[in-house]
Design a protein around this ligand. Structure first.
Ligand SMILES: *Cc1c(COP(=O)(O)O)cnc(C)c1O
Length: 329
C-alpha cells in the first residue's frame, strides 16, 4: 500500500533485525492526563532506550543491513544529537568504527558523550554544513557508509517498529501523537498503524519555530528555513530539498500537524517531571504539551503519546519546572 515501496513487511523485518540492540519499550497509562482529557492516554517511553531516544531503532536497522564488507569499512554521520549517539552506540555494540563529524561550535559535553561511546569524533569547520561536507569526504576516502538521520527506507522501517509495539499492547488505539522533524519517526509509525487500520489517526507535533515539514507540506514541496533556537532542539533542522521518502509519506499518511509554542513545550516537560517523574527533552514532551493545552480536537478514546527522548540538561529542566510551578497551569 505504499508510494515509496516501504511496506509493513519491512517493519516486521526491522523488528527481527534490531531485537539484539534496541529495546522494546514500556507503554505507561497516564492517569492524570487521562482524567484531564477524558480519554485513556498512554505514554510510550522511548526515553529508556540505552542512548535516551528512539533513534537507536533506525540506526540499528540501517547498520545491520549493510553488507559485512561494507560494515568493516566503518560508518559515518554528521549529527551531533540523538542520531549521532545512536550511530555511535550501535557501532560500538557491533565493534565497528563510527566517525561522527561535528563543527567546532558543538559544546564539549556532546563531544564527551560521543567519545564515551568510542566514536571517532571528527571536528571540522564552523557549521553543520561544513561538518556534513567532511562526512561526505570520509565516505569517499574510506568507503565508509553514510548513515542518514531520517530519509532512508531502513531508518523509517526501524522507527516503525514503535508502531508494531503500539498495536500489540494497545490494539484499541485511536490516535498516535508523534514528534515530527525530518519525519522518519512519524513515517514509520504511520506506515505500521495505517496498514492495520487507515482510520487510526496519526498526528505530527512540531515547534512553532521553523517547523520545516509543516511549511513544506503547505508549499507542496520541501522548503528550506533558517534554524531558530528552541527547547525542542532535537526537532530542529531541515528535511532536505532532495527529500526522497519522508516528505511523501508524511503527505500521504499524516492526518494533521500541530505546532507548539516554547511556553507550551516547557509546560509539557514540567508536567511530565512533576506528575510522572519523567525526564523529557523538549522534543519528547510535545505530545504532553499538546494534550495539556487542548490542541487536539477529538483525540478518540485511546491515545498514545510517543515520548521520543530524554536527553536534556538538568539546569534547563529545573528552570522550566520552577517557572511552571510559579505560574501554575
Ligand atoms: C530525531 C528526533 C525526533 C524527530 O524524528 P524525525 O524522524 O526526524 O522526525 C523527535 N524526538 C527526538 C528526541 C529525536 O531525537
Amino acid at each position: 500500500m505504499t508510494i515509496t515501496g516501504i511496506t509493513l513487511q519491512d517493519i516486521y523485518l526491522a523488528r527481527q533485525t534490531i531485537a539484539p540492540i534496541a529495546k522494546k519499550t514500556p507503554l505507561l497509562k497516564s492517569t492524570p492526563l487521562s482524567e484531564r482529557v477524558g480519554a485513556a492516554v498512554y505514554l510510550k517511553l522511548e526515553t529508556v532506550q540505552e542512548i535516551g531516544a528512539f533513534k537507536v531503532r533506525g540506526a540499528a536497522n540501517k547498520i545491520l543491513n549493510l553488507l559485512p564488507a561494507q560494515q568493516q569499512k566503518g560508518v559515518v554521520t554528521a549529527s551531533t544529537g540523538n542520531h549521532g549517539r545512536a550511530v555511535a552506540y550501535v557501532s560500538q555494540q557491533l565493534g565497528l568504527n563510527a566517525a561522527v563529524c561535528i563543527s567546532e561550535r558543538v559544546p564539549r559535553n556532546k563531544v564527551e558523550a560521543l567519545r564515551r561511546l568510542r566514536a571517532e569524533v571528527v571536528i571540522h569547520g564552523q557549521s553543520q554544513d561544513e561538518a556534513e561536507a567532511r562526512a561526505r569526504q570520509i565516505e569517499q576516502e574510506r568507503g565508509a557508509a553514510m548513515i542518514p538521520p531520517f530519509d532512508d527506507p531502513h531508518i523509517i522501517a526501524g522507527q516503525g517498529t514503535i508502531g508494531l509495539e503500539l498495536l500489540e499492547e494497545l490494539p484499541q488505539i485511536d490516535a498516535a501523537l508523534v514528534p515530527l522533524s525530518g519525519g522518519g519517526l512519524i513515517a514509520g509509525i504511520a506506515l505500521a498503524l495505517k496498514s492495520a487500520n487507515p482510520h487510526i489517526r496519526v498526528i505530527g507535533l512540531s515547534m512553532e519555530r521553523a517547523a520545516v515539514m509543516y511549511h513544506s507540506l503547505q508549499a507542496g514541496q520541501p522548503v528550506q528555513m533558517p534554524e531558530e533556537a528552541t527547547l525542542a532542539d532535537s526537532l530542529q533542522g531541515g528535511i532536505g530539498l532532495n527529500n526522497r521518502y519522508t516528505f511523501r509519506l508524511v503527505q500521504q499518511y499524516v492526518d494533521d500537524i500541530i505546532l507548539l509554542s516554547e511556553a507550551e513545550i516547557a509546560a509539557g516537560m514540567a508536567y511530565a517531571f512533576l506528575e510522572h517523574h519523567l525526564v523529557l527533552e523538549g522534543a519528547g514532551a510535545v505530545g504532553v504539551a499538546a494534550l495539556l493545552h487542548q490542541k487536539i480536537a477529538n483525540p478518540g478514546n485511546h491515545v498514545a503519546l510517543i515520548l521520543s527522548g530524554g536527553n536534556v540538561d538538568m539546569p534547563t529542566l529545573l528552570e522550566v519546572t520552577q517557572e511552571y510551578q510559579k505560574i501554575g497551569d
